[in-house]
Unconditional design. Structure first.
Length: 127
């Protein structure tokens, strides 16, 4: 980890029971689709395989009452994807929740960080 700056942030994951519904990765993918206009371009931007991006978009569309992403197949007219109004609502709400959670724990988080080693390693089984 030499030379690498560690961010001392955390992320929120929304689960339904043990099933992950939404988190920072899906939020980043939605934002990249909005910016890039396609699932494949969004995947490239995030360094993610197209298959993984497609599986995540399919998961998001199936886990919410309304689709978050609309896509059309490529071909002569070209393909593409865009996020729906529902997708925009989900991103906005998720980012608001992140911001609120981050500010509400800032002091305790700084105290927690002081307890972490400067170069955290892998925890061994015997610890």
């Amino acid at each position: 980890m030499r030379g690498k700056v560690l961010k001392n942030n955390f992320s929120i994951r929304i689960n339904l029971g043990t099933k992950p519904i939404f988190g920072h990765g899906k939020a980043a993918l939605l934002e990249a689709i909005k910016e890039q206009g396609s699932i494949s371009a969004a995947a490239r931007k995030l360094g993610m395989s197209y298959r993984r991006a497609w599986m995540l978009t399919d998961s998001m569309n199936n886990n919410f009452k309304r689709p978050l992403i609309k896509s059309k197949l490529g071909g002569k007219g070209g393909g593409g994807a865009k996020i729906t109004l529902e997708g925009k609502k989900v991103i906005a709400l998720y980012r608001q929740m992140e911001k609120q959670a981050q500010s509400s724990i800032e002091k305790k988080k700084q105290n927690f960080i002081k307890l972490i080693s400067k170069s955290p390693g892998i925890i061994r089984d015997d610890e």
